[in-house]
Design a protein around this ligand. Structure first.
Ligand code: ATP
Length: 233
């Protein structure tokens, strides 16, 4: 579904990603694990087109999207739930959702209803300012906003960050429901609880290089990931 092939990227003179290759399949939600600074956010930025690839390619269902504009990628089904959620605090919940749909024009009632069915709390609070929501609710809003663009591929950049365990569990349940609708999921995380709850496939990024790639059950159970790459030993 998503194929990353020998992808390199960076900032100015700093190369952050060095020939990274891996794939995400629709039926195998994938977690990318890596310590702080490994390049996970940079990877999300290259896939969404916020920074250019310096080498290699990005393929969505076989189509080369490496050089497309960010909005064209959204149109083709790439949606990002950014690090730190980045909801617009002074806009209402509904207005935030509306922005998520912008590449397809004005969202209709059906679009809102579909998202509200999945996130009843957002329906209740749709006319409130997003800044008044709790951290967990804001994460739900960030997820819902991404769904408004009708993605085929959902990228999640550390959605557990700053959330209490209960809210992390809710994120896991929600991402699993989204994956069950046929959306491919790439979760970038350091939180192993969320990774275990969501991922079937795991990739480990270490200083911009892919150092491991395999079934999540094996990779997460071995403990090697935690010890070597997340610096928790
Ligand atoms: P974290 O978990 O801390 O978010 P990460 O794995 O997402 O880490 P990145 O944010 O991709 O890592 O950062 C990788 C490297 O790129 C770091 O050395 C970082 O300092 C550098 N970097 C990130 N953003 C920029 C930027 N806008 N300009 C220059 N360097 C950057």
């Amino acid at each position: 579904m998503l194929r990353i092939d020998n992808l390199s990227a960076g900032y100015d003179r700093l190369e952050v990603l060095h020939a990274v290759s891996f794939s995400v399949e629709r039926d195998a939600p994938t977690v990318m694990l890596g310590a702080n600074g490994a390049g996970k956010t940079t990877l999300c930025r290259v896939i969404t087109g916020l920074i250019p690839a310096r080498g290699g390619g990005i393929f969505l269902d076989g189509a080369d999207i490496t050089r497309l504009d960010p909005s064209e990628r959204v149109k083709r089904g790439v949606a990002l739930v950014p690090e730190g959620r980045q909801v617009f605090p002074d806009m209402t919940v509904r207005e935030n959702l509306r922005l998520g749909a912008y590449v397809h024009g004005e969202p209709g009632r059906a679009e809102f209803d579909a998202v509200f069915a999945m996130f009843p709390i957002l329906a209740e609070r749709q006319h409130q300012r997003a800044g008044l929501l709790s951290g967990g609710e804001q994460q739900m809003l960030a997820l819902a906003r991404a769904l408004m663009s009708r993605p085929r591929l959902l990228l999640l950049d550390e959605p557990s960050q700053g959330l209490a365990p209960k809210a992390v569990a809710l994120v896991a349940e929600t991402v699993n429901r989204i994956a069950a609708t046929g959306v491919a999921v790439l979760l970038v995380e350091q939180n192993l609880i969320l990774a275990e709850a969501v991922a079937r496939h795991a990739v480990v990024l270490e200083t911009g290089t892919c150092v491991a790639d395999g079934p999540a059950s094996e990779m997460l159970a071995s403990g090697a990931v935690e010890d070597s790459y997340l610096g928790k030993k």
